[in-house]
Write a protein that binds this ligand. Sequence first.
Ligand code: DGJ
Length: 724
Amino acid sequence: MPIIFDQEKGFFHLKNSEISYIIGLEKNKYITHRYYGPVLSSYAGSNQLQMIDRGFATNPDSQERTFSLNALPLETSSQGNGDHRISNYQIRNHFGQNVTNFIYYTHEITEGKKILPSLPSLRGNNVTTLAITLKDHNQNLLMTLTYNLYENYPVITRNVHFENQGYETVYLENAGSLLIDFPSTDYELVTLNGSHTCEANIARQKLHPGIQKIESSRGTSSPQHQPFLALVNPETTETSGPVFAFHFVYSGNFVAQVEVEQYGSSRLQMGINPDNFEWQLQPKAIFQTPEVVMNYSQRGFNQMSQTFHQIYQKELIPTGFINKERPILLNTWEANYFEFAETALLEQAQKAKDLGIELFVLDDGWFGKRDDSSSSLGDWQTDLNKLPHGLKDLSEKIHALGMQFGLWFEPEMISKNSDLFRAHPDWALQVQNYPMTEGRRQLVLDLSREEIQDYLVHVLSQHLEEAKIDYVKWDMNRHLTEIGNVILPPEQQKELSHRYVLGLYRILAKLTQKFPSVLFENCSSGGGRFDPGMMAYMPQTWTSDNSDALCRSIIQYGYSYLYPPIMLSAHVSDVPNHQVGRITPLNTRGLIAMSGNFGYELDLAKQTETDLIEISQQVAFYKEHRKLLQFGEFYRLQAPDKNFASAWLFKNQTEVLVIYSNGLAQPAVPIHYLKMIYLDNHANYQELASGEQFSGSELNHAGMLIPRIKEDFATVMYHFKKVD
Ligand code: DGJ
């Protein structure tokens, strides 16, 4: 049994071949955190709790001055009765007060993992579950802490479930998903931060006294902060040292924070952001929090990433796409923006087909009177000025070319200038007597309302069925403001941000169940809502609106901490690049885009003959190595340095592809041997361009000399085959 309860000593031991997680039961009342790290063969409590009579401490039992909730390492906070550190929950009772006294009530150990109601979560093959229920006996409230231990990964997922068994309505002012008190402060905090067009920058800093926190209150998980944090030792590197990583399976407002407290411990907490949140919990009602993926690595960031990549690919994305090869696409956006005609699109599709491209994606601008971003969101009828024969006809013509057909939608939005808004002005999020703030000239639909959810499912289903659409790009291009709706009573208005996310999940669940073979691509101006919640429905994400190869090498490098390349859509775009004006070689643009989920987004009619030949070679190369690039293991070899040089490799049983990106060319070129680190030491490899053979150990430890490169932004590729 991978979860053991030692009743006599009061410990739960969650254990697989790599990790142990120990929870204590103190005085048969309080749930304490006792250990998290490498697997322990057994546990008898050598790391005893420190019990000292401390100044300012309050004591649940006045006779026992050495016992205080404020110094106890806990698995959930207490509220209003002595634990003054950051809290994982807050409940207001019907008198308007914030005190509870949750103590141990019961627990259950079961095989398997329950799917969370209305929320995305990881599937659970080979999982054992521990559910510990605490009870506040005064108000008859239950709080269940659930731990799902994976047998084949160093992973535990956690969530919390609140239930009101009392007679009075209470209000959840905070409903977090995870809290752990680590018995040390000697950690560094790792997060992924950024902005639109500059996502997923890796940040690492020492913990300091007080609270360090990242959050979103924008209505989505946001490009500003990935809902992720990790605690690492100061000496942790890419390949060694512990990493405690936490990733939130949720697409709305979140908080992830660490408090370095007075007695040398660090409290980590993660969950829905309590700012602008409240949930009415009526008698008999339950509230389910989203889950957190806890991923422990003993071998640095590389092992952390391998685990995330594998578990997300196998246990998170829709099952139909686990092993499904993804097509090479041509997206129309950067070549056409809003201006196109059917004939031009068909010419572009024909050219793409001739080059070997497999999927034609019509981006924004095909519906309503959408000639710029100021109108038509919500009016999902084909613009017959641009597509006089309709969408179905266009789709048929694309299919007749032997290509798949994909279409852009931004379903969550409504333009003020749209028939939908004129018919249903109350469908937009709004607060009485305040202006509706626009972003990109658009408003946000109130997805908390079931009729609006059903309407969107209906409209999209019609298009998907009629036009036989193979791929949907699901965009979302602004954050939420005036978060109010016209239906909920005042005491429930603060539920709206979470209800919005639940509404979105309901729509996505319905559509992806109805159209299991349609490939949905997640997008929010690129990586604005790139999180495991969205990946549960859509197996790939448009990584960033920044398509410049150099910027992309850094953005994709950052995202690779959490997501495998197949989840990161990446396109070869035109030069000078539309976002930063940079000119990079086509070879580099190709190799950087192939390091993600590959496609093109440029005007093929404007490319030179030489470039078109190179594009057709890139397409052929990608097809030949698609299995390796989409399903192989991905390893980072060199983090972007001050000249923006970086390197990574793809590997499977037989092949290895190494990509070195040189960044800015240097005058006094330093000696640089690129060590492959992850090859099989006992195997031999042939480098295909030169035909030379090397032992794996040589490539791993001596490395390959990076040649002198007299060109900015050049890229070098090495391709090895294993030989007997
Ligand atoms: C933002 C997306 O990220 C772009 O790729 C493109 O689809 C535009 N929206 C279209 O409006």
